[in-house]
Design a protein around this ligand. Structure first.
Ligand SMILES: Cc1cc2nc3c(=O)[nH]c(=O)nc-3n(C[C@H](O)[C@H](O)[C@H](O)COP(=O)(O)O)c2cc1C
Length: 378
């Protein structure tokens, strides 16, 4: 290994006492390739097996916690015990590579395509979603969740945590990012409530924090202090109203006092500065590092393709660098850096070579359907 990348391979101990062997995380990435019954498919197992070697933490694709939270075709789901045997295989497959297996838990809220959830799209309010249109081409307007339904979804996060423990995962990640339901509750754009669950910034934090509480209660009951809990968030929205970075700093300050094992900031580029109004224009990762003040490790993601870029994330203040698209493109990224062969890292997606890198066919088709998403598909 090139000495300048040594820090990427330094172990770190999480607040719950678990040691992660290095600073390289594979970011959660949906494959759209589960079996039709929502169980983990063989193609997915091959995909994870090909990427697991040498990883510090491997965060899975998001699992839908509730039937009205399915967001992607071919998303695996966690509604009942029938999913357990295949989840067990997934956890085993990842752990065989030597890293921690973390199951990402998600509910899509107003982002769910109506045809995947019998048309009943729900959210923290009734704000129409220009990014979600139904089969007739009309903008989807969600239905506001009732208090009882909100409490049931919180329980769903707990139930899937319990399944993750039974399946042998090392931890879970709560998906509070990328505009899905948890973010919809935190956002003044989509949370138009005036009850316990909305209104002031404190009330908009109620749903996310209650989920953290529920997940931790399940872990306490299982007597699994070693079980890792992470929380992923997006730092800004570009709509008005919308989440501004100063509000995110308040959320992160609260989360850092909640006994979590890591926080995970979701960005398109790891070195972004706030693009909307903010008190400080310093790099967001650096500001997050400062407000966290050593209370909990920070994972950062966004256009990391080279070990230099991963090191830059650490220099800005992250404790872990997460790989997204490059981990799909080149399953041997970590092995190559470890062996000093970083010049051989592949950075463009090769549709012809997808089989050789165990990218499931449906995932490959999804990638190719969005030209420019992955380098090499423009
Ligand atoms: C194919 C694909 C699927 C993704 N699925 C998820 C997901 O299930 N959960 C999530 O939080 N983010 C998901 N993301 C976002 C990634 O975790 C990551 O934040 C994003 O790709 C930016 O990192 P990158 O620039 O290294 O690709 C997905 C990204 C890709 C490319």
């Amino acid at each position: 290994m090139n000495a300048k990348y040594q820090k990427l391979f330094e172990p770190i101990t999480l607040p719950n006492g678990e040691t992660i062997k290095n600073r390289v995380v594979i970011a959660p990435m949906t494959t759209e390739s589960a079996n039709p019954d929502g169980t983990v498919s063989d193609a997915e197992l091959s995909y994870y097996a090909a990427r697991a070697n040498g990883v510090g933490m491997f965060i899975t694709a998001c699992i839908a916690v509730s039937p009205n939270g399915i967001t992607f075709p071919g998303q695996f789901v966690g509604f009942d015990e029938r999913q357990l045997p295949r989840l067990r295989l997934l956890a085993e497959t990842i752990k065989r590579g030597g890293g921690k297996a973390i199951l990402q838990m998600q509910h899509g809220g107003r982002q769910c395509p109506p045809d995947l959830i019998d048309g009943d799209v729900v959210s923290s309010g009734t704000v129409g979603n220009p990014r979600n249109v139904d089969a007739a081409g009309n903008m989807v307007v969600p239905r506001e969740l009732s208090d009882a339904e909100i409490r049931a979804i919180i329980k769903d996060f707990g139930r899937v945590t319990s399944m993750a423990i039974d399946a042998g995962f090392d931890g879970v990640e709560i998906h509070g990012a990328n505009t899905y339901l948890i973010q919809q509750f935190f956002s003044p754009l989509t949370n138009t409530r005036s009850d316990l669950w909305g209104g002031s910034i404190d009330k908009r934090m109620t749903f996310p924090l209650q989920i953290v509480n529920e997940v931790q209660a399940v872990i306490r009951q299982a007597k699994r202090r070693d079980f890792i809990v992470g929380y992923r968030f997006s730092p800004e929205e570009f709509e008005t109203p919308g989440i501004r970075f100063d509000e995110t700093l308040q959320l992160v300050d609260r989360l850092a006092g909640y006994n979590l094992d890591y926080l995970h900031v979701s960005m398109a580029q790891v070195d972004f500065h706030p693009r909307m109004e903010a008190t400080s224009q310093a790099a967001m990762v650096t500001q997050l590092h400062d407000i966290i003040d050593g209370r909990v490790p920070l994972v950062a993601v966004g256009s990391i393709f080279t070990p230099e870029q991963a090191m830059h994330a650490l220099t800005l203040g992250a404790d872990f660098a997460a790989l997204g698209r490059v981990a799909v493109i080149d399953p041997d990224w970590i092995a190559k850096v470890d062996a000093g062969r970083e010049d051989e890292i592949v950075q463009t997606f090769d549709a012809e070579g997808a089989d050789a890198t165990a990218v499931p066919e449906l995932m490959r088709d999804w990638i190719l359907a969005k030209p420019g998403w992955f380098p090499g598909t423009e």
